[in-house]
Design a binder for this molecule. Structure first.
Ligand SMILES: [Zn+2]
Length: 231
């Protein structure tokens, strides 16, 4: 019997897998974890900028490393949209656990802080939480890397990027971010749920780099959604 994922997620409890609802002591059961589509990071030195089809799909790369779990597809899209639009905060924990397991677990050279992509205050007031901040908080718990929620703010309410042309996207994001004070880091990770064109990330990285030219910036995202679908 087909059951919508929404009803599955609404009916879940802590002992059920978020995706298949089978009994599980983890948020995603072992079967669902094994079935997750993932990107092979080891093949690209744990940096997806080394993968040509991904690097070519991104605008203005002004960061040194890109890390993501997967292409933006089932079931990542369901977990992310459930977090973003249905306030399923448990999905942030599941996504952080998978990000940690797939991308950070074996790494040594970790950044000093995680900066979640800031939401503009007006959007924060409507949604009451920042989905990137929720994922960052859970990731900090696992990795012991502190989250810096106050380093940077979104100073301009921007239009949704998906409906704009490339030039409009760049204009839309000009001066979109501001620092709240000095930048005390040499190595930082910027975290967002999904990266599409990379214009928003690039704008944030530009603001950070203006404060410190030699800043080492990693971009962490759960999933990548490019115009030409990833294999
Ligand atoms: Zn499952």
């Amino acid at each position: 019997m087909p059951i919508s994922i929404r009803s599955l997620l609404q009916g879940m409890h802590r002992q059920a897998c978020l995706l298949c609802l089978q009994d599980s002591h983890t948020l995603l059961c072992q079967h669902c974890q094994a079935d997750l589509p993932i990107l092979n990071l080891a093949q690209y030195q744990h940096n997806l900028l080394n993968r040509p089809d991904i690097a070519q799909g991104l605008e203005n790369i002004n960061y040194q490393r890109l890390v993501a779990c997967a292409p933006y597809q089932w079931p990542w899209d369901r977990l992310i949209t459930s977090l973003k639009f249905s306030q399923r905060l448990l999905c942030a924990k599941a996504l952080a656990e998978q990000f940690y397991r797939l991308t950070l677990f074996a790494r040594q050279d970790l950044p000093e802080a995680i900066l979640p992509m800031p939401l503009h205050a007006s959007r924060y007031m409507r949604r009451r939480y920042n989905q990137a901040g929720e994922i960052a908080g859970q990731l900090s718990r696992l990795s012991h890397i502190p989250v810096d929620q106050h380093l940077c703010r979104r100073s301009k309410a921007t239009l949704p990027q998906t409906e704009l042309t490339g030039a409009q996207r760049r204009h839309n994001l000009r001066d979109a971010f501001s620092l709240n004070g000095p930048l005390p880091y040499r190595h930082i990770a910027v975290l967002d749920d999904v990266i599409t064109t990379g214009t928003t990330i690039s704008s944030l990285c530009h603001t950070l780099r203006c404060a410190r030219v030699d800043l080492h910036i990693e971009v962490w995202c759960i999933a990548i959604s490019l115009k030409s679908p990833l294999e």
